[in-house]
Design a protein around this ligand. Structure first.
Ligand code: CP
Length: 315
């Protein structure tokens, strides 16, 4: 088992072997959710603090549930009612929490690099739950886990990522992870949403969605970040939906087995029509289910878990 890191900061910093270690550990943990009593003692005696400076539904809920299923003690910090509102700095906030001898901070922050900055300055483990436009490593790990469950070995598989590549931490983490595992990644979107240097990450760029999807195994449809609409990076949501959205009509010309993914939250009618989001090709809710096992694996590994023994998994 390849893992000796105290933190999970991004897939840029993991080797293919380390990514596979997370995925294999997650597969072992996935069985826990099928039990009548969905709890194992793997993190008994460990304390995890969830510190979310940005909104979240899926990531926050799934980290909390993963921690509970591992029997960790947890604190959910409510940033809006914490001393952050009195001007306390991020590092002071976290150093004070660490003074309770906690083991892991799970952090989401609008500032790219915030988890890296913390990891260099505190002893406890830091897990990046999304930092600015940098990385969302556990989202990419759960996306890749879901793809491997469907496709097996990803070497040579054709994965298309569509949307706002420029601002997307999900895209960045997926690109790092998928290319390390040997997948062929194509990014698609309006030229204003595709960074010029993206090809240096080992991906192809396409602006025609139908062409890009013609021989694809899977497509990951990114959320159009409506909070950035004011930047007018494309003419209108309606035009975006016509050119880059997946709907029933477009699906008719695509491979029957095309896997449709979305990290959530979905803008229905923009990047995905309701019929595709809820249709037979969609694995969106499987991604959510798989997120639990993946986050259990990450928490287990960063707290020093090396290999899973029966005592970690006992009822
Ligand atoms: N995919 C994702 O990060 O969703 P949330 O923002 O709801 O956590």
């Amino acid at each position: 088992m390849a893992w000796d890191k105290k933190d999970l900061l991004g897939l840029e910093y993991l080797s293919a072997e380390e990514i596979l270690t997370v995925l294999d550990t997650a597969r072992a943990f996935s069985e826990v959710s099928t039990r009548a009593i969905k709890k194992v003692p793997a993190l008994r005696g460990k304390t995890v603090v969830n510190l979310f400076y940005e909104a979240s539904t899926r990531t926050r809920a799934s980290f909390e549930l993963a921690e509970k299923r591992l029997s960790a003690d947890i604190i959910n910090m409510n940033v809006s009612t914490s001393s952050v509102t009195k001007g306390e700095t991020l590092l002071d906030t976290v150093r004070n929490l660490c003074a309770y001898k906690i083991d892991v901070i799970v952090i989401r922050h609008a500032m790219s690099g915030a988890p890296i900055y913390l990891a260099r300055n505190i002893e406890c483990s830091v897990v990046n739950a999304g930092d600015g436009m940098h990385e969302h490593p556990t989202q990419a790990l759960l996306d890749i886990y879901t793809l491997r469950e469907k496709l097996g070995d990803l070497r040579g598989r054709r994965i298309v990522i569509v949307g706002d590549i420029a601002h997307s931490r999900v895209a960045r983490s997926n690109i790092w992870g998928l290319t390390k595992l040997g997948a062929q990644v194509t990014v698609v979107g309006p030229s204003t949403l595709i960074p010029r240097e993206i090809e240096q990450m080992g991906v192809r760029v396409q602006h025609n969605l139908d062409e890009a999807l013609r021989d694809a195994d899977a497509v990951n449809m990114l959320r159009i970040q409506r909070e950035r609409e004011k930047l007018t990076l494309f003419p209108s949501l309606r035009e975006y939906a016509i050119l880059f959205g997946l709907n029933r009509t477009r699906m008719q010309g695509l491979p029957d087995k095309l896997i449709v993914m979305h990290p959530g939250p979905i803008n229905r009618g923009v990047e995905l029509s309701g019929s595709v989001a809820d249709g037979p090709n969609s694995v969106i809710l499987e991604q959510v289910t798989n997120s639990l096992a993946v986050r259990m694996a990450v928490l287990f590994l960063v707290t020093g878990g090396t290999s899973l023994h029966p005592e970690h998994m006992s009822a």
